[in-house]
Design a protein around this ligand. Structure first.
Ligand SMILES: *Cc1c(COP(=O)(O)O)cnc(C)c1O
Length: 368
């Protein structure tokens, strides 16, 4: 038996290799390489698929988050509520516009930002709530949108991990004022390189993002605002146009793999399986379990040729990059505990049930 990799593109790449190579050739021959027809098509198709009025392609997920905050004129003196439990990009977006990070702990069951703790963190300087639909499960968007409305706050969803995830049947990335997603290769919808997008129902925010991503210019050599270069290229958009057609099917496949893990592992008392809110349709960007014997289990699995990962081993508040905030161990105990006990098991389209069963057999053996 070969090594079971944490992630692999191999099997499903074969499915659309020809189509992707054709799209690369088409872009090459078109002689138009940045912000063209492929980008426009992708933006329209992604909007249609995810129930949002406008999609604006940008260079990365981090840029999409930053541009969303810029569109809302967030800067110094503003506070932005972010999860303590997230990939550091969410925090980096807030610090790069100069705003203050206000970290809020997750609900220990879902690992997603806890609405009642959001309410407690609001001050007169709070402007934005940034929920992250972590691992592919939607945050409690009813509660979050209500809190935002009541307190006159903006919502910016970080939807990098939850494309096609829903809350009460509505797609993540379509709730907030202006939202961000990422097409980093390992995301549920991945490019072959860097790309991201903003999604918004607001025409004003759409216009801002279209202008800001292109040096602050909508019309060549006319610059109305000081923008950046965060354009998306035609090659990545063309590739995304091919892969978008498979997103629903691959999402179903992720869910079936997760269900297989659930049924195989449900009897092991020593591990906590992912808890899914009844309102959420979890799209399993990651399948994260919790165990107090994390290091031993990781080693045991690796010895048996099974790769796992940890998302995330050091929470943002304990990273050296944020030492200026003066946080120490113990300040956010829920995320700290998670960072010491969670393991992500292999889950990707193309992973077979035989491989899932093998992973589970080894986990069972470990606990026997
Ligand atoms: C991947 C990711 C990002 C950043 O996306 P990039 O395209 O890598 O810049 C932001 N937030 C979360 C939660 C992510 O997982």
């Amino acid at each position: 038996m070969q090594m079971i990799l944490f992630n692999s593109f191999k099997k499903h790449n074969e499915l659309y290799k020809k189509q992707i190579l054709d799209s690369i050739e088409r872009v090459f021959d078109s002689q138009w390489y940045v912000l063209g027809k492929e980008v426009e098509n992708f933006e329209a198709s992604y909007s249609k698929l995810t129930g949002v009025k406008n999609t604006i392609g940008v260079a990365s997920g981090l840029d999409a988050l930053i541009i969303a905050l810029k569109a809302l004129e967030i800067g110094p003196n503003n506070e932005v509520i972010v999860p303590s439990n997230t990939y550091i990009a969410t925090w980096l977006a807030v610090s790069s516009v100069g705003a203050k990070i206000v970290s809020v702990e997750p609900n220990p069951k879902t690992f997603n930002i806890c609405p009642s703790l959001i309410e407690k963190a609001i001050t007169k300087n709070t402007k934005v709530i940034m929920p992250v639909h972590l691992y592919g499960q939607s945050c409690d968007m009813d509660a979050i949108m209500n809190i935002a409305k009541k307190n006159n706050l903006f919502v910016v969803e970080d939807n990098a991990q939850s494309q096609l995830g829903t809350w009460n049947g509505k797609y993540t990335g379509s709730f907030g004022d202006i939202n961000a997603t990422s097409f980093y290769p390992t995301k549920n919808l991945g490019a072959i390189g860097e790309a991201g997008a903003i999604t918004t129902n607001s025409i004003a925010h759409k216009e801002f993002a279209l202008t800001y991503r292109n040096y602050g210019s909508k019309q060549k050599y006319i610059n109305n605002i000081k923008g950046v270069n965060s354009r998306i290229d035609e090659l990545q958009a063309g590739i995304l146009n091919v892969k978008l057609k498979y997103l629903k099917e691959f999402t179903e496949e992720r869910k079936k793999i997760a269900a297989r893990y659930n049924s195989n592992l449900e009897d092991i008392k020593e591990i906590d399986l992912p808890y899914v809110s009844p309102e959420a349709d979890h799209v399993y960007h990651l399948y994260v379990i919790k165990t107090s014997k994390r290091e031993e289990l990781v080693k045991f699995l690796l010895k048996n040729d099974i790769q796992t990962e940890i998302h995330y081993p050091i929470p943002p508040h304990l990273q050296k990059a944020y030492s200026e905030l003066g946080y120490k161990k113990g300040d956010f105990p829920i995320v700290e505990n998670l960072s010491e006990t969670c393991i992500s098991l292999p889950l990707y389209p193309g992973l077979t049930f035989e491989e899932v069963d093998l992973v589970c057999d080894h986990i069972k053996k470990f606990y026997e």
